[in-house]
Design a protein around this ligand. Sequence first.
Ligand code: SF4
Length: 360
Amino acid sequence: MPGMRDFMDDFFALLQPRGMQSRPEMLAFIDSEIGVTDKKVMDLGAVRQDGQQFRSASLRDFFAFLSGTEYLCGHNILHHDLRYISPQGGWPSGMGFIDTLYLSPLLFPRNPYHSLLKDDKLQSDELNNPLNDALKAQKLFYDEVNAFRALSPRRQAIYCGLLYPCREFRGFFDYLGCSPTLPNLPEAIRQEFAGRFCQSLDLRVLVEQLPLELAYALALIGEGEELLPEVVELCRRAKAEGWDKPRLLRAAAQIQGVYVPSLYDVDYKEDGTVRAITARDGAPEKVVKRVVHHMDRAYYPAKTIVPSTEIVHDRVTLEVFRGCIRGCRFCQAGYVYRPVRCRSREQLARRPLPTPATRR
Ligand code: SF4
């Protein structure tokens, strides 16, 4: 129906975020250094939209610097910095908060770890420099704005419709002038992703009960050597025995590390925060990430993706252990891969080394 399509295009065009130049609001980017044990503010950094910069440990000077600011932006500020930084009497009621952490995997799905990020943290060239991190948050924010604008108007409207109720996203949409006004969100999703999911799927239920999970992919959580083969094997069995999808999902949820959103009822409060999450159909209350406990029994590839060619790679890569005994708080290896696990010398000695036959 061309007429209907024109109408929809016009409608989505109305939802386009307004240009940044047309936004008069004052925006500032912040970061803080908080004491690990005493949770006291050790250092503060900020940069305003007008280019003025701030670095000091003085909260009084910090709030004076931010006077007149209408939006505060930073990386992981909602669940970190703002827990420790608050002016006397609280933030003004109209203050908007923008957290770049949650937008990053949504807007850079092929590279969720944007070049400024390492895992969920900003890459720091210099330790304990909150001004530096505020500047990086500023760069990341504008990259996110550009990535959002590059999406189709319908995709923008879908994301806004799904995520606006979440505090982690609302400030971003408010700043861009987007509000969730799509009259039929499931239908817009169905059109946007036509052919990419089962048409008999009851999208309305998902939109109403699991908006966040709809915007993000399903997850296998943790290390994959054991988890992924188990899931693949289950899918093979389901196919061979003709299971329907709900049965497959219920069975998948029994595998540790598999999160099946449709098996969780999420109850929201008035302000959009979660009141309760209730697991159904035997799904675990908490999804526990998978960890390979016995490295010697885990799959170990004989062929590596990076070829062993003589010119620059005349060497062998061996995973001797996973994790790190130091556990520095800023470090992926030290935290994500806990606990530290080693492979035995015997297994490493037995591992087939790349030969010309296994080189690519
Ligand atoms: S945790 Fe280990 S790998 Fe990471 S920075 Fe500390 S010593 Fe280095």
